[in-house]
Design a binder for this molecule. Sequence first.
Ligand SMILES: [Zn+2]
Length: 199
Amino acid sequence: MNHYPRSVLNLIDSFSRLPGIGKKTAERLALHVLRAPRSEAEQLARNLMDLKNNMRLCSRCYTLSEDDLCGICANPARLKHLICVVEKPSDMAAVERSGAYKGLYHVLQGVLSPMDNVGPDDLRIKELLARVRDGQASEVIIAVGTSVEGEATAGYLISRLHTFPVKITRIASGIPVGGDLKYVDPVTLKRAMEARRDT
Ligand SMILES: [Zn+2]
């Protein structure tokens, strides 16, 4: 591969850093960009920088947003007294696809993982407790995954939330043990949301 000029090698190197992209695929992508019209390459570069420049976290639920409040938090039709707690934006997208939920969210940005040095202060747990303390919710639905870390996170959240006068429920039925929400099909997720149980 070393016979390529530096610009091509640099692009191959950038592509090969993306998850799931090996050297061969990176080479193919780089050569595709090389052959593509200039406008296509410019669009790609612009989209990459737009993403980095415009993306931030919603100031209420901490999902990805281009504005202070995300589209769901800013939507007056959403049920403001329900907060569904998920690990990451892709899990929120999975719950949205199920169509079973019309409340708000809270995105933890991860799960507790002592092995990776992720403790409660590394997640958006303080912010969740503040929302509940401010009386923003009558029910908190815990919808983290069922991995060991997910279970530990759910247990921790329940212990902290029990100090507030709020109903705490968990989605459970049909979510496979060790399962990541984004791999659960929408129908199963819909049933799991509808059959959520008290903790
Ligand atoms: Zn939001």
